[in-house]
Design a protein around this ligand. Structure first.
Ligand SMILES: [Zn+2]
Length: 211
């Protein structure tokens, strides 16, 4: 297996999340790794639903994961669970994104959650000549699939990810799925699939290779 790398010296990574904590859960370890290995990389961070405490948590999460590489941060206040009813509003938010990223990390278009799914679909409608990788979120609905892009993570990245999640999202701690073991378990499974201790996995449904 050969490895793909971002060839741009100072890549811009656009992270899109329906809710406060989605980006961190879906691709937090990958971000930590990329920012560590690509010193000039910068991050745009967009969360579409976050009110009050959840908005503050979104900012805290972005700061923990992206640090001083956070070039842009925005959190909107769309109603959790009702994105399809506000399609025009969500689409308008996408239109206003004044960035041409080298890599877009977003929700999976086949995600069972309607808000996640819409963000995934609008990502593809908006970014027509960009590298898009769709991250996965483990949930009750049982929509895990077979991803085809893996980012191996060593223990430090995985442990920092779960620690930052716990630090940033205190309001979520009572949820049964917001557990260190849950996050580490999925990263362990994806690690087995790419011969690494841990990994995060993505769906890359279209890749253009330019040599
Ligand atoms: Zn979510």
């Amino acid at each position: 297996m050969e490895h793909l790398v971002l060839r741009t010296q100072s890549p811009t990574i656009l992270c899109l999340g329906a809710h406060s904590d989605d980006i961190e859960i879906g691709c937090g370890g990958t971000l930590l790794r990329i920012l560590d290995t690509t010193p000039a990389a910068s991050v745009w961070w967009v969360v579409f639903s976050g009110h009050d405490e959840r908005a503050e948590e979104a900012r805290r999460g972005a700061e923990l994961f992206a640090g001083d590489r956070l070039a842009h941060f925005e959190v909107h206040d769309l109603q959790d669970g009702f994105f399809p009813e506000h399609f025009e509003e969500v689409k308008e938010r996408f239109r206003s994104l004044d960035v041409s990223p080298d890599l877009v990390l977003t929700h999976r278009r086949k995600d069972a959650h309607q808000d996640h799914r819409m963000i995934g679909e609008l990502t593809w409608q908006t970014f027509r000549d960009h590298l898009i990788l769709e991250y996965e979120i483990l949930k009750y609905d049982g929509d895990m699939g077979s991803p085809n892009v893996y980012v191996p993570l060593d223990e430090a990245y995985a442990n920092n990810k779960v620690q930052y999640l716990a630090d940033a999202f205190r309001s979520q701690r009572s949820k049964y799925w917001f557990e260190r073991e849950v996050f580490l378990s999925l990263m362990t499974v994806r690690g087995v699939e790419c011969k690494s201790r841990y990994a995060e996995a993505f769906y890359g449904s279209k890749l253009v290779l330019r040599g």
